[in-house]
Design a protein. Structure first.
Length: 170
């Protein structure tokens, strides 16, 4: 995992821990550091780190972010290729990659808050792979997805029906 991925992940976790139901934005991170630690860091600096434009950060920035997120400063570096903190099976490694991919996808779909939220929920599951296997099984069963949507999210089902009746993509 790169330091950029770790910071995006920590912002997601921090937003969840603070009851926001979403990632902490970069600006909220900057404001939180100023308010809680009395130090300053710019949003553009955070953006450069997360985008990979700035592959390394200063030691003082690393310490500041570590204090804010309550992680060890050594966590805020790129992991070497193939690095694992524990003995893992190929399946668990795949699951970790899937979780990171889902969190990144949630950022890409931030404009569609429902899709973004579902991607984050899937990434938070203990067994993400199992969730996708379940989704596949639901989609394989004729009509089951529609029936489940109707039972669990009647408003979303009605909206989907209305779009289909008017010839718009569901």
């Amino acid at each position: 995992m790169t330091v950029a991925e770790k910071i995006r992940y920590l912002r997601e976790v921090e937003g969840s821990l603070r009851g926001m139901g979403r990632s902490l934005t970069q600006l909220e991170l900057v404001r939180g550091i100023r308010k809680e630690l009395g130090k300053t860091i710019s949003q553009s600096y955070i953006s450069q780190i997360e985008s990979g434009a700035r592959p390394h950060m200063t030691q003082s920035t690393r310490m500041l972010l570590a204090r804010f997120f309550k992680v060890h400063p050594g966590f805020l570096v790129d992991d070497p290729e193939g690095y694992h903190t524990e003995l893992t099976s190929d399946l668990r490694t795949t699951e970790g990659k899937l979780d990171v991919w889902l969190l990144q996808a949630s950022e890409r779909f931030a404009g569609d808050t429902e899709v973004s939220a579902v991607l984050i929920k899937a990434a938070r599951q203990k067994d993400t792979r199992r969730c996708f296997l379940l989704l596949g099984a639901i989609l394989d069963a004729p009509g089951l997805a529609d029936r489940l949507l109707e039972a669990l999210k009647p408003d979303a089902a009605a909206s989907a029906r209305a779009r289909a009746e008017h010839g718009r993509p569901v």
